[in-house]
Design a protein around this ligand. Structure first.
Ligand code: RP5
Ligand code: MG
Ligand code: MG
Length: 249
C-alpha cells in the first residue's frame, strides 16, 4: 500500500497551486533525489485556525524550537488531529444482528460524515485545539459533526456532553500517526490518534439522533466492508477496527 498517495496528487485542495510531483519510486526518504525542490505552500484558510502556528516571520510568534524533538532539528511538522470511530452492530428490524453470508461474520457500522470540503465520507475527526486533551477533542468533534452541538445553546450542549461522557471514556486506540490527507504539504502534514468507541448492545449511541454539523454536510451509520472508499486513509483505520472486533470486512 502507498503511504503517501492522496497527498501527492495534482493541486493543493481548492487552489491553483500545483504540487512538486514526486514519483512513486522516489518517495522513500532513503532514496537519493537531488531534483527534489518542494514548493512552500500554506493554505490561506489556515491563518484563522487556533491549532496552526502563525508564519515564522510574524513578530508576535516566539516559539521554542525543538524542545521535544531531541536531536531532530525542524521548523515545520505535524498538525495534530483526533478521530472518533463510533461503532455498533448492524441489526435487522427485529433487533437480530446481521451476518454476512460469505464470511459469516456480523456486520459492523460506524458513524460516518460527509465532508463539506471534498464531499467524501470520513470519520468525524478534527484538530486538537491548543491545550486540549485528545479525549476531549474526540468527544467534542463527534458532538459537533455528528450531533450538531455547535447549534445548541450552552445548557443543551452541557446536557448532551454529560449524556455522552461515559461512553467516550471507554475508547480503544486503533491507530496513531501519519495521515495521508490531501491537504498535506512537503513541510507540514497531518497526524492523528484514532480511537474506537464501541456500543456493544446498541444501548448508548445505537439510539442517538445523528445530525450533521460544522464541517459535515451529512451523517449516517455506514456499513463496514472492504469496499469502503473514505477520505484520506480513513478506510485503513476502519479496517483495523473491524479486525479488532472480529467483524465482517
Ligand atoms: C484527517 O483530517 C484527520 O484524520 C481528521 O479526520 C481530519 C481533521 O481535519 P478537519 O476535519 O478538522 O478538517 O486527516
Ligand atoms: Mg470539526
Ligand atoms: Mg472534521
Amino acid at each position: 500500500r502507498m503511504i503517501h498517495y492522496k497527498c501527492r496528487q495534482g493541486f493543493y485542495p481548492s487552489s491553483n497551486v500545483k504540487r512538486f510531483e514526486v514519483p512513486e519510486n522516489k518517495v522513500a526518504w532513503y532514496i537519493e533525489y537531488s531534483e527534489y525542490k518542494p514548493i512552500e505552500y500554506t493554505a490561506p484558510n489556515i491563518k484563522t485556525k487556533p491549532w496552526a502556528d502563525p508564519d515564522i516571520g510574524e513578530i508576535s510568534f516566539k516559539p521554542n524550537w525543538n524542545t521535544i524533538d531531541g536531536n531532530v532539528n525542524r521548523r515545520w511538522g505535524p498538525n495534530h488531529a483526533a478521530d472518533p470511530i463510533v461503532t455498533r452492530w448492524k441489526q435487522d428490524i427485529t433487533d437480530v444482528a446481521e451476518v454476512n453470508k460469505d464470511t459469516k461474520k456480523p456486520i459492523l457500522q460506524f458513524v460516518a460524515i460527509q465532508r463539506q470540503d471534498s464531499g467524501e465520507w470520513a470519520i468525524p475527526g478534527g484538530m486538537v485545539d491548543p491545550g486540549e486533551t485528545i479525549s476531549a477533542t474526540l468527544k467534542r468533534e463527534f458532538m459537533e459533526e455528528a450531533m450538531n452541538s455547535l447549534k445548541k445553546n450552552e445548557t443543551e450542549r452541557e446536557k448532551l456532553e454529560k449524556s455522552m461522557r461515559k461512553f467516550f471514556e471507554q475508547g480503544e486506540e486503533i491507530y496513531k500517526g501519519y495521515v495521508d490527507d490531501p491537504r498535506n504539504t512537503d513541510n507540514a502534514w497531518m497526524e492523528t490518534v484514532a480511537l474506537n468507541f464501541h456500543d456493544q448492545n446498541n444501548s448508548v449511541v445505537g439510539n442517538i439522533k445523528l445530525v450533521a454539523g460544522d464541517d459535515a454536510r451529512n451523517v449516517k451509520w455506514m456499513d463496514i466492508d472492504r469496499n469502503l472508499n473514505l477520505y484520506a486513509n480513513h478506510s485503513e483505520f476502519i479496517k483495523k477496527t473491524a479486525e479488532k472486533l472480529d467483524a465482517h470486512w
